[in-house]
Design a binder for this molecule. Sequence first.
Ligand code: ATP
Length: 280
Amino acid sequence: MPETASLVTDPLVEFRNVHFGYGERAILSDVSLSVPRGKVTALMGASGGGKTTVLRLIGGQQMAQGGEVLFDGKNVGAMDMKALYAARRRMGMLFQFGALFTDMSVFENVAFPLREHTDLSEELIRDIVLMKLNAVGLRGARDLMPSEISGGMARRVALARAIALDPELIMYDEPFAGLDPISLGTAAQLIRQLNDSMGLTTIIVSHDLEETFRLADHVIILGAGTIAAQGTPDEVRNSSDPLVHQFVNALPTGPVPFHYPGPAVADDFGPVGGVSGGRS
Ligand SMILES: Nc1ncnc2c1ncn2[C@@H]1O[C@H](COP(=O)(O)OP(=O)(O)OP(=O)(O)O)[C@@H](O)[C@H]1O
């Protein structure tokens, strides 16, 4: 595998030669990666490269068609429903960072997973909710409704909800998308703080190169269905892989194609009669 200078011992998540596709279309081919415990790992790569798919494989929402996805040493693909639910309880996932229940207060949004998954007393739930809201700086906003808070605040409430059950792993899909520079800096700082203070392992899928390279301990670049590089931000930045070079330097030309795979130009725009899939 290319560019694996930094060795990861005892990873919390590991992919071993994973293959995955939707129908005929291969998305991941022979992907092997390691997510170190207690660290912030950034998963980056061109759009449509399969980053969200990697998160879905870890959470068991999709199953690998070849190879193994290991969470804490156990093969997610071989788990029965009970084991899978138990594993998922150890993961916090923020697939849509701001997706709150609009008819519930901030407090009730954060209390929701505790009410769903535990038999804790109201008093304990109150303490935990306020503690989690305090961790994201929103203890004072507990009685507000989602419509009364800003988008950046909504993301922090969603984050408080994701950590309500004290997960070991937290996965963020595009946490910085659409944030102004100040909110983005706050979000990045919060992700780092929560990772370190709660002893979490964090995976973050992000397109924001600068902020993500600053934040992450470990970077994995996914390209052309496989791992183009993984290691510390510096190791990845200095990678000789052409795809990684294109990516970290944000170059418009290089191995990452502009076009989604499809018929050849000549087939689509050729002489009348040579068109496939168009109107005759
Ligand atoms: N349910 C699905 N059925 C069929 N194809 C899908 C499905 N979900 C995703 N895909 C395709 O799989 C590929 C990888 O998707 P994925 O969302 O994992 O990429 P990504 O790297 O997260 O992209 P982005 O950075 O744009 O969010 C995409 O080309 C997408 O069109």
